[in-house]
Design a protein around this ligand. Sequence first.
Ligand SMILES: NC(=O)c1ccc[n+]([C@@H]2O[C@H](COP(=O)([O-])OP(=O)(O)OC[C@H]3O[C@@H](n4cnc5c(N)ncnc54)[C@H](OP(=O)(O)O)[C@@H]3O)[C@@H](O)[C@H]2O)c1
Length: 373
Amino acid sequence: MRRALWLAERGGGATSPNPMVGCILLGVGGEAIGEGWHARAGGPHAEAVALEAARAARRDPHGGTAVISLEPCAHHGRTPPCADALVEAGIARVVFSLGDPAAGSGGATRLREAGVEVVEGVLAEESRRLNEAWLSFEESGRPLVHLKVAHTLSGHVTRGAGKARWISGPAAQSAVHRLRRRHPAVLVGIGTALADDPLLTVRDWPPAGGPVDDPTRDDHPWPDVQPIRVVLDSGLRLPPESRLVGSTEEAGLLVLCGESAPAERREALVERGVEVDRIGSGESGLDLAAVLGELARRGITGLLVEPGPTLAAAFLRSGLTDRWTAFVAADADVAGDAVALYGPAGPLPPFDLEDVRTATHGRDVEISGRVET
Ligand SMILES: NC(=O)c1ccc[n+]([C@@H]2O[C@H](COP(=O)([O-])OP(=O)(O)OC[C@H]3O[C@@H](n4cnc5c(N)ncnc54)[C@H](OP(=O)(O)O)[C@@H]3O)[C@@H](O)[C@H]2O)c1
């Protein structure tokens, strides 16, 4: 099941609004005979890919076991029901991790009715974590909002003049690229776009030398999937010469602006392949609920926000923040003009993290949890 989850993650970003799913078929003797994952919305489901792989390898799944990270579907969507395909292939036993929360969608009952042995709940917590955005989207109808910041021991999000550009070391940066890869969209405020001229693409996952945490082996290349990049920019200050605008062939770019943003700036961006949409105003800039509504309309289940202090405070204040991840560098090497996360924009609104997890990446510590405001 760990491998099924590992395979599932390859679909990250591209399966939205569907979940990420991985599947491994075992022959009667318990040997792996085919595997696959759901690679993109509208494409074949993981079970169909694994069955096809077994067929291509001339291995007979009859009497074997299917290990799947999510309950196989029972409904006719864009693809035929996977529960039926497994029954037709003669699978004797299905082991899955997480039940499908959508009523009537899950295929466990259908499998049992057909005489297939069904085991559920294996590594369910890990599976829930992987598909947190999809589960949350199914329930709330809006993307899960995951704020990610990197700061020094002194609470600064930049180091200031004459210091290194980056807060985090290479291992933590790679972990951030993995986070981006798992989200269908990445969002920044115009303050960050102007100050840092970022690309916001996935470039360092898997890291050179191979993935770091595959428990078994890694023999499938990771497909090149890029999240859509979103900038909140009321007055369309984003320069047409910025790296974000210059990389629209590599990854999509959506700029959300205010109702009265100048039309000529909009045209200059649209000409360069940028999508620009107008959004109503809220308390501290663009209406964040409306921003999420627009992204939901596009089928985006999860949003990684890489905020400066202004946007971090605005998201926390809005009550629309679901997850917070901080990468804390083990130093306080900053100059006098460094930007503090808790400084000029005032203290952040009070919040707590639940279900906290920590990890170390070289000298950086990652702290992540669900936000309780
Ligand atoms: N270490 C880190 O994790 C990290 C991450 C990101 C940024 N940074 C640093 O943070 C600094 C930039 O931070 P910042 O606070 O100046 O800018 P920011 O948070 O990136 O962007 C804020 C701007 O976004 C626009 N905006 C639109 N709707 C908004 C809303 N509802 N709420 C809040 N803002 C909204 C506003 O500009 P308009 O009114 O013009 O739309 C606002 O001034 C840079 O120095 C950057 O290097 C650090």
